[in-house]
Design a protein around this ligand. Sequence first.
Ligand code: CTP
Ligand code: MG
Length: 170
Amino acid sequence: MADLITEAVYGFIFMMPAFLANAVPVFIGGFGPIDRGMKFFDGRPLLGKNKTIGGLFSAIIAGGMVGIAIYFFFPKVMGDYPIWIGFLEGFGAMVGDSFGSFLKRRINLKPGGPFPPFDQIGFVLFAFLIVSPVTGLNWVWLGLVCGIALFIHLIANIFAYKMGWKDVWW
Ligand code: CTP
Ligand code: MG
């Protein structure tokens, strides 16, 4: 049990660049949509207006900076990997996030519409996969961090509901 908790904490620290990358675009976006308003074959937006170029770059930069901080503060977690791994994690998180939007537009979900559990763990999955050629794929971390991501979303949404920021608790 104690081992599992240690693994969960290490896995979460390892994935912190991706978590930050996923959150920062909410506050720093701009420069227009990544898809430049382009439509897919079905006539619907490729990614939609909520996936911005500014969001993509702020995510990569935030992920990279967090990764560098972790490299120094938690060398036991990140010390064996390249110091720039956070940038790749941030990029992976945004690829997952954008792929989710791509799928949402294909089933005609409006930007911002709910698409569980992809909304909650898609970015984690893609961040793990994209860095795996460099770091290897730790399945235990992957499973535990997906669980943590679902839990964080649940708590954050209930909090936002209680504060009156959201109309529904999920
Ligand atoms: N965001 C952004 N650029 C990105 C990703 C996100 O500007 N590349 C911002 C947008 O303001 C977006 C918010 O972060 O509304 C929340 O992101 P997310 O939940 O991933 O997007 P949704 O609004 O749900 O849009 P979609 O339905 O396309 O997932
Ligand atoms: Mg969303």
